[in-house]
Design a protein around this ligand. Structure first.
Ligand code: UDX
Length: 421
């Protein structure tokens, strides 16, 4: 099939590249000419393991443009993968989604054949039906469900492993407005062996939010248990092992530490809390999930102060700036509140991250960025904030290490303590 993808962030570009691998022809649309040029030169504008080689391998199946007309006239299905970022008060910014929808509808006004529009961006329940559908009809002058198909197909991609998550999903969720849309999207995904959940547009949107909110809650839960374990002198990872063997619980996402960051959990949790208030509902559990996560990173600094009572003038090493390994993404990284607190205490920072230093410099240009991980070891004490593989080979002997991410190899330090172990 010929597919168009609006938005070439890690969701849009991974979706396009993987569908190209599955034999489809992809036209990506982005308003950023630099991104368009990079994609047409098989260069990935983002860091995502394996993405660039897919762009190279399937360069005859993937093209990019800034022109919606070109993209839509030559394709029958359009995936909207634009960002829905958080605004200051936690609500999500739908401006990119609305603009993309208007642009699509304007082209469909003059297109004679049926066209399926699929929302893949993370949007609150009700958005596709109450905002995207009316805009499509208003700007195309056509009827959704007759001339235009509409569906909602959320992504469950984890950064750093997004390609694997796309090609080997646990499930595919299809929210559909009409039978033809359901069948068309079902046909597109027919080669996948996982269950396909056919449901309403709003249920599909809620499955995405509820899944992310639950995963974040699972992490905050084990961090709360971890804070109790810390007082008990118990290793929370031993507790997680015992819990995780219960099939109803499962071991995944029970890694205690300094908490969750990224471009999704924080944004989705804030959006859900804010939306609930609008519909006069409480989200006490989800609000607590957020509160635990806000406090968790500062516990690492409190533990550090046990060993270095005055941080003023001390040099503290920070190993890891990305919100998780194998990405350059620092959005809501737990290193951010930690570095802020260290600076507030008058400490001098020596930081290193294999991928994320350039991004982090936009936030903290004045701290020292080391060119190797080993350089960080000359600090008075070292904090482990992202579990990069390359940190497992460092020599921590004779050092003070306060660990936020359970790096076993650091245990041979002179003084070693973990946030929840
Ligand atoms: C998440 C969801 O997993 C994915 O399904 C959704 O589509 C997008 O959001 P992502 O944010 O890329 O994916 O990363 P993820 O691997 O989920 O980690 C999120 C954060 O939780 C990271 O900061 C990670 O360090 C932290 N985490 C994860 C824990 O602290 N403990 C865990 O057990 C797992």
């Amino acid at each position: 099939m010929n597919l168009s993808i609006i938005g070439t962030g890690y969701v849009g570009l991974v979706t396009g590249a993987c569908f190209a691998k599955l034999g489809h022809t992809i036209t990506c649309v982005d308003i950023d000419p630099e991104k368009v040029q990079k994609i047409n030169n098989s260069v990935s504008p983002i860091y995502e393991e394996g993405l660039e080689s897919l762009l190279l391998t399937y360069k005859d199946k993937i093209s990019a443009t800034s022109d919606y007309q070109t993209a839509l006239m030559n394709t029958s299905i359009t995936f909207i993968c634009v960002g829905t970022p958080s605004m200051k008060n936690g609500t999500i910014d739908l401006s990119y989604l609305k603009e993309a929808t208007k642009q699509i509808a304007t082209i469909l006004k003059n297109k004679n054949s049926w066209h399926l529009v699929v929302v893949k961006s993370t949007v609150l329940p009700g958005t596709t039906h109450n905002i995207v559908l009316p805009l499509l009809e208003q700007y195309s002058g056509k009827k959704v469900g007759i001339d235009i198909g509409l569906a909602m197909n959320p992504e469950f991609l984890k950064e750093g492993v997004a390609i694997k998550d796309f090609l080997e999903p646990d499930r595919i969720v299809i929210g559909f407005n009409d039978e033809k849309s359901r069948k068309t999207l079902g046909e597109l995904y027919k080669k996948f062996s996982c269950p396909i959940v056919d449901t309403s547009l709003s249920a599909a949107e809620m499955i995405k939010y509820a899944s992310n909110a639950f995963l974040a809650t699972k992490i905050s839960f084990i961090n709360e248990i971890g804070n109790l374990c810390k007082k008990l002198g118990v290793d929370t990872y031993d507790v997680a092992t015992g819990m995780g063997l219960d099939k109803r619980i499962g071991r995944a996402f029970l890694d205690s530490g300094i908490g969750w960051g990224g471009s999704c959990f924080p944004k989705d949790i804030d959006a859900l809390i804010d939306w609930a208030k609008e519909i006069k509902e409480h989200t006490r559990i989800i609000e607590s999930t957020k509160a635990v996560n806000t406090d968790q990173p500062l516990r690492l600094v409190e533990i550090l102060k046990k060993h270095l009572p005055t941080l003023k003038g001390k040099t503290i090493g920070v190993l890891g700036l990305a919100f998780k390994p194998n990405t350059d993404d620092i959005r809501d990284s737990r290193a951010i509140p930690i570095i802020k607190e260290l600076l507030r205490n008058g400490a001098h920072i020596k930081a290193y991250d294999p991928q994320a230093m350039n991004n982090f410099k936009t936030l903290y240009p004045t701290i020292d960025y080391c060119s190797t991980a080993s350089e960080v070891l000359s600090a008075d004490a070292i904090l482990i904030t992202t579990k990069w593989k390359e940190f497992t080979t460092l020599n921590y002997q004779g050092k003070i290490v306060i660990d936020g991410r359970k790096l076993e190899q650091a245990k041979n330090a002179k003084i070693y303590e973990g946030v929840c172990w």
